[in-house]
Ligand binder design. Structure first.
Ligand SMILES: Nc1nc2c(ncn2[C@@H]2O[C@H](COP(=O)(O)OP(=O)(O)OP(=O)(O)O)[C@@H](O)[C@H]2O)c(=O)[nH]1
Ligand SMILES: [Zn+2]
Length: 341
């Protein structure tokens, strides 16, 4: 029976299936695979095959292939459309179609906040989902909102940008259309951006939470769990986990290239193929900064996120090497053990 993972907690998953919610333990196949690579552990948003055991319990037989994944700190790179299984990353959420990147309107013109939007959009692309930028609390910003949206659009080429107010309801319907066709979304954004308020207004009165899960002890007791997966009455689903909300320590190198596609394009016209865009002659990127076509802030932001992506990649490589060394040690040991009489 197919089911969707709503929450995981040390070897037990809460799943939503056609016939309701169940708790399920990990089967042997998942335990074996995940011991070798934590990426194989079930996570929120996973589609799984659920097996009913004769004694009245459920077991997760296997995890179905993921269409996208938020992976923290791993080398298992997600390329749009799939997850390579060679990494040691930790998957925070899977099969997310839409990534709402939120930033409150009264901050969104701030340099630091534009930088955060760039980072969140990079992370969204890296996960394999589609970013949509939402400028929240639009009711607090009536003068020049269009200019503000244009500025934000400038830091997220190819990404839809909308203003929304959960207070007045303006823009909420537009946001809801991104979930048409029972899509799955996550909401990223700084604390106080209005994420919870937005999710509540998307859900309307009919919010269905995984708050109340019938415990597997048969006594009908309800356990309270964190609200991590919200089913919207009109279809569509929002994953909301603390781990996803905190944006940091992700490998975002592919995502960074996409967010700064405008600069990458300029760079193709630099005289030198390996131009660092810092002091070289005939640098098209610096020329664009001089002419005002490219905000200097954006170039600095690009350098910063590139450094960060490079640091993450080095860190991942080091971890991969350590893992390889460990594997070889085990192999050597077992070989030596076997050759002994
Ligand atoms: N004026 C206005 N205030 C809003 C709007 N949306 C949310 N707020 C207020 O902003 C504050 C923070 O909203 P939350 O929804 O809790 O923010 P959050 O992003 O979930 O915050 P964390 O849970 O800390 O990550 C609350 O006091 C809300 O009432 C809005 O559209 N307009
Ligand atoms: Zn250059």
């Amino acid at each position: 029976m197919p089911a969707r993972v709503a929450r995981v907690d040390r070897g037990v998953a809460e799943v939503l299936a056609a016939d309701g919610q169940h708790q399920a333990k990990y089967g042997a196949r998942i335990r074996r695979a995940s011991a070798e690579n934590p990426v194989e552990l079930p996570c929120v948003g996973d589609w799984v095959a659920l097996r009913y055991l004769p004694e009245g319990r459920y077991e997760l037989d296997h995890v179905l292939p993921r269409s996208s994944a938020f992976v923290r700190g791993g080398v298992g790179r997600v390329s749009r459309g799939g997850l390579s299984g060679d990494g040691q990353g930790h998957v925070l959420a899977a099969n997310v179609d839409v990534v709402f990147v939120t930033e409150p309107s009264m901050h969104a013109s701030d340099f630091a906040d534009l930088g955060r939007i760039e980072r969140m959009v990079a992370l969204a692309w890296e996960s394999g989902g589609t970013p949509v930028v939402l400028i929240t609390k639009a009711d607090l910003f009536d003068q020049g909102l269009d200019e503000l949206l244009a500025d934000v659009a400038g830091v997220a080429p190819g990404v839809d940008v909308h203003a929304v107010s959960s207070l007045t309801g303006d823009g909420v319907d537009v946001v809801r259309t991104y979930l048409d066709g029972a899509k799955t979304a996550v909401v990223l954004g700084p604390s106080g951006a209005g994420k919870s308020t937005l999710v509540n207004s998307l859900a309307g009165d009919g919010v269905m939470e995984t708050q109340q899960v019938r415990a597997g002890d048969g006594r009908g007791r309800h356990t309270t769990v964190h609200r991590e997966m919200i089913l919207l009455p009109a279809g569509g689903l929002i994953i909301d986990t603390p781990g996803i909300r905190r944006v940091g320590l992700y490998d975002i190198s592919d995502g960074v290239d996409l967010v700064f596609s405008d600069i990458e394009e300029l760079a193709e016209s630099c005289r030198f193929g390996d131009c660092s865009h810092t002091s070289e002659p005939a640098c098209a990127v610096l020329a664009a900064v001089d002419s005002g076509d490219l905000p200097e802030r954006r170039l600095e932001s690009w350098f910063k996120l590139q450094r960060e992506a490079a640091w993450m990649a080095r860190r991942s490589d080091a971890r991969l090497r350590a893992e390889e060394t460990r594997k070889w040690k085990i192999i050597h040991k077992s070989v030596r053990g076997r050759s002994r009489p």
